[in-house]
Ligand binder design. Structure first.
Ligand SMILES: NC(=O)c1ccc[n+]([C@@H]2O[C@H](COP(=O)([O-])OP(=O)(O)OC[C@H]3O[C@@H](n4cnc5c(N)ncnc54)[C@H](OP(=O)(O)O)[C@@H]3O)[C@@H](O)[C@H]2O)c1
Length: 252
């Protein structure tokens, strides 16, 4: 059991705290946002303290502020050299963390997503992979990344999720317009995608294209779909969005 502190108790902190509490860790969170921290306290997942008291009570510290809040939220605090810091903040690299959290030296950056609470979330980690495995595995597979630019690329690809949700919503809406059953259409479309991906082996590169090609053979409806999406520029649009998001994450 570890003594864990969380600075910034918002959307991404809450599911991480609930999972870590279920695993028996002792957790202190900052009071802001009061609605989120009060819910965690009510559920006996954490105690809520001011930020300095959170640091003083913890050996492992999660930084879960929004990037623009990091300077104002972290600079005034007194960190210890022995703190093990885990930052979820996009676009704030190791040098900046070191500057904000002196004299701490042990920094790991991760990309959690809210569904890690239910398990099955790939957790990209730059830094202390063993520590993150001890906290979040086996429920969530840890994916070791070896550079800040690789971590940023993983941040960018996470934006694929809302992009895919948007496409699925369009597909489900199209189906509902033909069936008159919005709930049924959304269930069918969602289950189609999640069930297919869950059943697909993910052990090596090339599986996605392999599964696509097994479906999209000459004369099929599947090939008509993949050909049309390509011809209409869907793939160019995706690459363009990923490049633009990647640029936003580069240090300025
Ligand atoms: N959301 C995700 O799915 C996700 C995924 C991966 C990484 N991240 C990263 O996680 C970080 C947080 O994102 P989020 O979506 O969880 O944002 P969020 O919901 O806005 O959470 C940030 C929290 O920090 C609090 N806060 C602000 N200034 C503070 C201070 N000085 N001291 C203590 N608490 C303070 C905010 O309180 P108030 O509400 O009172 O301002 C809010 O509760 C971001 O850096 C993001 O890049 C998020």
């Amino acid at each position: 059991m570890s003594r864990i502190g969380v600075i910034g108790t918002g959307h991404i902190a809450a599911p991480m705290v609930r999972l870590l509490a279920r695993k028996g860790h002792r957790i202190a969170v900052t009071r802001r946002s009061e609605t989120v921290s009060a819910e965690l306290v009510r559920g006996r997942a954490a105690t809520a303290l001011d930020a300095q008291s959170v640091l003083d009570a913890s050996e492992i510290v999660f930084l879960c502020l929004r990037p623009h809040q990091a300077e104002g939220g972290l600079r005034p605090l007194n960190f210890r050299a022995g703190h093990r810091i885990i930052s979820v903040m996009a676009g704030i690299g190791r040098d900046r963390l070191q500057d904000l959290c002196r004299p701490a030296r042990d920094f790991t950056r991760i990309i959690p997503l809210g569904f890690l609470e239910q398990g099955g979330c790939p957790l990209a980690v730059l830094g202390d992979t063993a520590l993150l495995e001890s906290l979040f595995s086996p429920e969530n597979p840890v994916v070791n990344v070896t550079s800040e630019s690789a971590l940023n690329a993983h941040f960018a690809i996470c934006a694929l999720v809302p992009g895919l949700l948007d496409l699925l919503a369009t597909g489900a809406g199209w189906l509902a317009a033909h069936t008159g059953d919005a709930a049924g259409a959304e269930f069918y479309t969602t289950q189609l995608a999640s069930g297919f991906l869950a059943a697909m082996p993910k052990d090596r590169a090339g599986r996605l294209a392999g599964e696509r090609d097994a479906l999209a053979t000459p004369g099929t409806l599947s090939l008509q779909m993949t050909d049309t999406l390509r011809a209409q520029g869907a793939h160019d649009a995706l690459r363009c969005a990923l490049d633009a998001i990647g640029k936003r994450l580069e240090p300025t």
